[in-house]
Write a protein that binds this ligand. Structure first.
Ligand SMILES: Cc1cc2nc3c(=O)[nH]c(=O)nc-3n(C[C@H](O)[C@H](O)[C@H](O)COP(=O)(O)OP(=O)(O)OC[C@H]3O[C@@H](n4cnc5c(N)ncnc54)[C@H](O)[C@@H]3O)c2cc1C
Length: 292
């Protein structure tokens, strides 16, 4: 049963932040409510006030501004999987959104709520890391940009300050020659393991940049610089043979935890499998692009 709470309806980020500052631990931001209301119904958390941010103008938009895609915190997963700008510019992100949860959760749950709840078995954090995203946090008096890899501190814990809101996610447009993929595996409702990969080639066949992130297996999604280094400055063929080692490094970095979603060893194995498949997917897309 839900206990009684008061619903606040601020009309600006400043007003929402001031409410957070004034009521402290007794108040919480409320977006789609798919995580928050469930946790409150189960008595895991209790808040006297929920601050509904859905009436704040401008937080529900997706825009291409110069070479950056700006996504507000409030679009639902359904909004994002159907968005024409994202479909054209960030197909790997759209694919990830299409596979989040189920149709009912996607219709109500927001991207901002997913990121701020920092549930370990979640997809967007991992893919945002390889896309080079920055998360914008705002409070009454200040605004800052946080690289996606610094946002998650632990399971259910982000680096947001008590009176900060997540307002925007900023993603640089993909370079012409680059490719990205996010693959996940799971047999329960939420994923057991997720792997993101971004590869950018120079004008020839050398990998100029590589980003690898792992999520769901451990308490928080992580970028794995050591595994990325194994692919950088390699030809496509050389990188393909370095993948097994990169997968081992990424699996170790995932801090996999044995739970209902699988043993730690099993999750580590899946990290390697998904990394290889993500590389194959990006390479195949690159070959088909060059044949057009
Ligand atoms: C059955 C089920 C299956 C799921 N499966 C998946 C899955 O496969 N993959 C996946 O990635 N996710 C999955 N999810 C998670 C789902 O994506 C999230 O529930 C949803 O996106 C949360 O968004 P919301 O708007 O409902 O958040 P809310 O429940 O409204 O909020 C969640 C938390 O974030 C805080 N918050 C919300 N917005 C902001 C903001 N702008 N600034 C600061 N704090 C904020 C709230 O205070 C609260 O603590 C699943 C969820 C369910 C219930």
């Amino acid at each position: 049963m839900l206990r009684r709470f008061r619903l606040e309806e601020p009309e600006s980020v400043k007003e929402a932040s001031e409410l957070l500052a004034r009521h402290g631990e007794a108040a919480r931001i409320y977006a789609g409510g798919t995580e928050l209301l469930l946790a409150m119904k189960e008595g895991l958390v209790q808040y006297e006030r929920l601050i509904n941010v859905k009436k704040i103008p401008g937080l529900d938009q997706v825009k291409l501004e110069n070479s950056t895609i700006r996504i507000g915190a409030l679009p639902t997963h359904t909004n994002l999987e159907e968005d024409p700008v994202l479909k054209q510019k960030l197909p790997a992100f759209v694919q990830m959104e299409h596979n989040v949860a189920n149709v009912r959760v996607r219709a109500v749950g927001t991207l901002g709520g997913n990121l701020c709840f920092a549930e370990p078995h979640a997809d967007p954090g991992t893919v945002l890391m390889v896309l080079g995203a920055k998360l914008v946090a705002e409070k009454a008096s200040a605004k800052r940009e946080i690289p996606a890899e610094q946002f998650f501190v632990d399971a259910y814990e982000t680096c947001l300050e008590a009176d900060e809101l997540l307002t925007d996610i900023r993603i640089p447009a993909m370079p012409e020659r680059a490719g990205a993929a996010y693959l996940k595996f799971g047999y329960l409702e939420r994923p057991s393991v997720g792997v993101g990969l971004f590869i950018d080639w120079d004008q020839g066949d050398t990998i100029a940049d590589a980003r690898i992130a792992v999520g769901c297996a451990g308490p928080r999604p992580k970028r794995v610089a050591e595994a990325e280094e194994l692919l950088k400055r390699k030809s496509t063929k050389e990188a393909a043979s370095a993948l097994a080692r990169a997968g081992e490094v990424a699996a170790r970095a995932a801090d996999a935890i044995g739970d209902l979603h699988g043993s730690a060893e099993y999750k580590e194995h899946i990290v390697g499998v998904l990394l290889k498949r993500a590389f194959q997917q990006i390479s195949q897309q690159r070959s088909s692009k060059s044949q057009r």
